[in-house]
Design a protein. Structure first.
Length: 434
């Protein structure tokens, strides 16, 4: 359903009226397209503290050139060397004069360092960057985003830098991403990083799942489109359009894992757990069937199939698992105790499994946590609740399935091996749980 308020605020009368009334003024976001694959403009590199990275180490890994216009499309502040409160003053001194000049739908990216448990001054200063980043994201406006990346190695962070400094991350703001020192193999072609890889997407016949399948195929993957037998025809249409393969099965079946293993004798590189359902009702009115059906699809099936594919060796070394959580699992939501429990369980799965899966199988495990995304499901939500969902984030609008798909594709990237155990919210920096 079209966001008429967003369209109205893009007109001169709309801008005047909303400004006078103090109403939200969302800006139309610039998203990836074949015609506009990168931000239009250059990158301004700034430093606070004594950094060991150097500007060239960062600039050469962003896909952007240096800004020479005075109105950068992106600003990167290297604050990895900030170790005390005096260093935080340098953060203010660096960004204060330039924030207003960042182009509409531009990016501010702060680079931080891991917290040092042996130095509480460094840990305090680096943690302060998180509060700074989230706060700036809530005030910067005009479709601009602000994120924090904690890293030690610019090479390992290249896929993350390219994603967060591109139109692909239009609806990702106020996030903290930790990039470790794990393997990160650069692709032969940054535009098609999944060439030669096989990806399985559950619940891919429509909605967000179909968008994920389409994006992975765009990036070069052979996509297996999995959905329930009732949606087999839609799944086949998606697979045919993408040059992929359809697989019809009930992901909650006891033998679902074995059937997937049998269907992929040559192995799998990317596993996307997208299938999910809602059966909303307040707990006092929720029968056991509504509880168990949601937990079975949204959590138990994810656990079972993941275990089966890892145990069988179907997921090859260098593989990626990306599961779909939700801000409802992070912040909670009235009428969704079952859904919130299942999606919070996904967060627990990621945090527990990620280090072991990488060590034992060479596979990373991450999650995306969507906020209000414009789908057929949210189009059916009552008007006032729908409008509240759209406006209660720093970008003051709903996201699109493509926003979730682009974030998923980044985590599935062949060069994202150092991104592990992360839960990335795709919510425009929702005020819920922020």
């Amino acid at each position: 359903m079209a966001d008429r308020y967003l369209s109205f605020t893009g007109t001169a009368p709309g801008r005047f009226l909303t400004r006078r009334l103090g109403l939200p003024q969302p800006a139309a976001l610039t998203r990836w397209s074949a015609e506009r694959p990168t931000l239009r403009g250059g990158l301004l590199h700034l430093t606070a503290g004594k950094s060991g990275l150097g500007p060239e180490a960062v600039l050469s890994r962003t896909g952007l050139g240096a800004d020479d216009t005075g109105r950068p499309a992106a600003v990167v502040l290297d604050a990895t060397g900030v170790r005390d409160v005096d260093g935080l003053a340098e953060v203010h001194a660096a960004l204060h004069p330039v924030v207003r000049s960042v182009a509409d739908s531009g990016r501010v990216l702060v680079l931080g360092a891991p917290l040092d448990p042996a130095d509480h001054h460094q840990a305090a200063a680096q943690q302060a960057l998180e509060g700074f980043t989230r706060s700036l994201g809530k005030e910067i406006g005009r479709g601009r985003t602000v994120n924090l990346v904690r890293l030690t190695d610019a090479d390992a962070a290249e896929s993350t830098l390219r994603f967060l400094l591109s139109p692909k991350s239009a609806y990702v703001s106020g996030q903290v991403v930790e990039v470790g020192a794990g393997p990160a193999t650069p692709p032969d072609d940054w535009d098609r990083p999944l060439t030669g890889r096989t990806a399985l997407v559950t619940g891919a016949a429509r909605g967000i799942g179909a968008a994920v399948a389409e994006t992975l195929a765009r990036d070069g993957a052979h996509v297996v489109v999995l959905d329930v037998p009732q949606a087999e025809e839609d799944a086949r249409k998606v697979a045919e359009r993408l040059g992929g393969t359809a697989l019809a099965l009930d992901i909650t079946a006891a033998d679902a894992g074995r059937r997937i293993v049998d269907a992929l004798p040559d192995g799998l590189d990317v596993l996307i757990h997208n299938a999910g359902i809602t059966r909303d009702r307040r707990l006092v009115n929720m029968p056991a069937e509504r509880w168990s059906s949601v937990l079975d699809v949204n959590l138990a099936s994810v656990l079972r199939t993941t275990d089966a594919l890892l145990a069988a060796g179907t997921l090859r070394a260098g593989g990626r698992i990306v599961a779909t959580a939700s801000i409802a699992g992070i912040a909670g939501n009235a009428g969704q105790t079952n859904y919130g429990a299942g999606k919070a369980g996904i967060v627990g799965l990621v945090r527990s499994l990620a280090p072991r899966a990488l060590e034992e199988h060479g596979v990373t495990v991450n999650a995306v946590a969507p906020g209000f995304i414009e789908t057929r499901m949210t189009a059916a939500v009552p008007l006032l609740i729908r409008e509240a969902g759209r406006r209660m984030n720093s970008l003051a609008q709903g996201g699109l399935p493509a926003d979730v798909a682009e974030t998923t594709a980044w985590l599935a990237h062949s060069a994202s091996g150092a991104v592990n155990g992360q839960v990335v919210r795709v919510c425009g920096q929702s005020l819920l749980g922020a």
